[in-house]
Design a protein around this ligand. Structure first.
Ligand SMILES: [Mg+2]
Length: 228
């Protein structure tokens, strides 16, 4: 039997907006700021965007500097990362998300639970004008080190603040390698949005981390929630 859902909690990156879009904005800022070392910004941006789809994704700047044979890096890498992190996000909600959140707000308690550096996540939240669209927002980094997913702590915390039992709560997210382990263990219903081109769409689920339901876009949530 499907559980009666009273609260819906969303992940942020690659669930409500394109993380790729965020990354490309940051790469553009880096390409322009360090053109004296990296060369033509259009070329370095294009290369960084390609590297995002290789195993070098976690070390795009290192890989770029390797390819450019820049060995006297000094603090160049550190400054590139700082520029990336400080860039003003140029991102938009996925199509249909704004309307969906408006509709769901009328029927459910809504939460946002996201990992990532605090300053960067709040900058995204503000760029997307999300602050007033949720009853509770938890950026796990604000809780201190060690409370990122898959720690159950941020999920317990948001449950308490939403005042809805875990068995009546759904978590909607994109990355089965880390997003669903804790909420599954706590008895939440978990839903993966598996969008083609999503950075983590093809991640295998962690043990205990398989979602209860997989949908192709957040839009499909509407139908599923209507049936609960
Ligand atoms: Mg995500």
């Amino acid at each position: 039997m499907m559980p009666r859902i009273e609260a819906v909690v969303f992940d942020l990156d690659d669930t409500l907006y394109s993380e790729r879009q965020y990354a490309l904005g940051g790469f553009g800022a880096v390409a322009r700021a360090f053109a004296d070392r990296l060369g033509d910004p259009a070329v370095s941006l294009s290369r960084m965007s390609e590297l995002l789809d290789t195993p070098n994704r976690p070390r795009v700047f290192d890989a770029l500097l390797d390819e450019l044979r820049i060995t006297d890096r000094n603090d160049l890498l550190v400054r590139m990362i700082a520029t990336y992190r400080a860039h003003a996000p140029s991102i938009a909600l996925f199509e249909g998300v704004e309307q969906l959140l408006t509709e769901l707000r009328a029927r459910f308690r809504l939460g946002l639970l996201t990992d990532g550096r605090s300053e960067g996540q709040w900058a995204k939240i503000d760029a997307l004008a999300l602050r007033n669209r949720f009853d509770v927002i938890v950026v796990t980094a604000d809780l201190g080190p060690g409370f990122g997913k898959p720690s159950p702590r941020p999920f317990e915390l948001i449950s308490a603040r939403l005042q809805v039992a875990s068995t009546h709560t759904a978590y909607v997210a994109d990355n089965p390698a880390k997003d669903f382990i804790a909420p599954n263990a706590l008895g939440w219903t978990t839903i993966q949005v598996r969008r083609s081109g999503g950075l983590y769409a093809d991640q295998p689920p962690a043990p205990g981390g398989a979602p209860h339901l997989i949908i192709e876009s957040v839009d499909r949530l509407r139908d599923w929630l209507r049936a609960t």
